[in-house]
Design a protein around this ligand. Structure first.
Ligand SMILES: Nc1ncnc2c1ncn2[C@@H]1O[C@H](COP(=O)(O)OP(=O)(O)OP(=O)(O)O)[C@@H](O)[C@H]1O
Length: 276
């Protein structure tokens, strides 16, 4: 029961943006994808979701190529939160969330959809915002409204007994304060506990190590390392791949998960104006 990238390459503008990517996402797990700017994380997620078509290789959903699935059927089994979700400013939050239901084939009537949308608006911490126009929300509120829309897409499919699908989240906490970062990751964990799969692109290495069952490092278009966070997030990785020359990897005293305290001196003259 997986969503799996098999031997993926993706070529654009004469360059291999992704190459040699074989990666299964398991149901019940959170896979966190980390890597420097431009490494290929979003491209990988877009290919996993079917939003981009690979140049080589296949994406398989429970053993079947997603290229053979009709859009509304595929939408029952995977939903993606992109970084650049449109503002759709004139819509109310509730309308925006209900649009998620329109993506996937389902049997709910409009009243049932409304009840589900209201519940999701509350789950993402937007109680009281249902009748606000999207354009009036703050960046973090808007990001969570889009998260509710994406959750709605999978929830409507689950109402007829379909297994929870794959939730693909591209930097879903980039606009969130610390408490809402935790909320978003808790929602991801809840989805995994119910049996869904989660793949999540994160820049925050500490949240990635804290939330992931499986950590994948993408570097220069390919998978540099993968495994449990304890084995992947090392001092060498922090230095060699992320350029944190003076960062220090510690272990959380309760969870034993690794975390990094970056100690680079920002007053220091640097020759690192670009990604390492
Ligand atoms: N359609 C495209 N045409 C040409 N190049 C592209 C295209 N899409 C992405 N790229 C390039 O592919 C590389 C990987 O992009 P991608 O968005 O996947 O990186 P990322 O790891 O998600 O980066 P970031 O952390 O900055 O969001 C980048 O160098 C980007 O400029």
């Amino acid at each position: 029961m997986t969503l799996e990238l098999r031997d993926i390459t993706w070529r654009q503008g004469g360059c291999d943006i992704l190459h040699d990517i074989t990666l299964p996402f398991a149901r019940g797990n959170i896979t966190a994808i980390i890597g420097p700017n431009g490494a290929g994380k979003s491209s990988l997620l877009r290919i996993a979701s079917g939003l981009s078509t690979p140049t080589g290789g296949r994406v398989m959903l429970d053993g079947r190529s997603i290229a053979t699935l009709p859009a509304r059927k595929l939408a029952r089994h995977r939903a993606m939160l992109t970084q650049e979700s449109e503002a759709a400013g004139q819509f109310l939050v509730r309308q925006m969330v209900m649009m998620g239901a329109g993506m996937a084939a389902h049997t709910l009537d409009i009243v049932q959809q409304g009840l589900l949308a209201d519940a999701l608006v509350r789950r993402v911490g937007l109680e009281g915002f249902a009748k606000r126009q999207m354009m009036t929300l703050s960046g973090g509120e808007r990001q969570r409204a889009h998260l509710a829309r994406v959750l709605m897409q999978l929830e409507v499919a689950m109402t007829d007994g379909t297994l929870p699908g794959f939730l693909l989240l591209d930097e879903p906490i980039s606009a969130q304060d610390p408490a809402h970062q935790a909320l978003v990751l808790q929602l991801a964990r809840q989805h995994a506990r119910r049996g869904g799969g989660v793949a999540i692109v994160l820049h925050d290495l500490n949240w990635a190590a804290a939330c992931a069952d499986w950590l994948v490092v993408v570097h220069r278009g390919t998978i540099h390392a993968q495994g449990p966070p304890e084995t992947v997030l090392t001092q060498d990785l922090a230095c060699d791949i992320f350029g944190l020359r003076h960062g220090c990897v510690h272990r959380h005293e309760k969870t034993a998960r690794p975390f990094i305290l970056p100690h680079d001196n920002i007053d220091e003259e640097t020759d690192r104006c670009t990604s390492p």
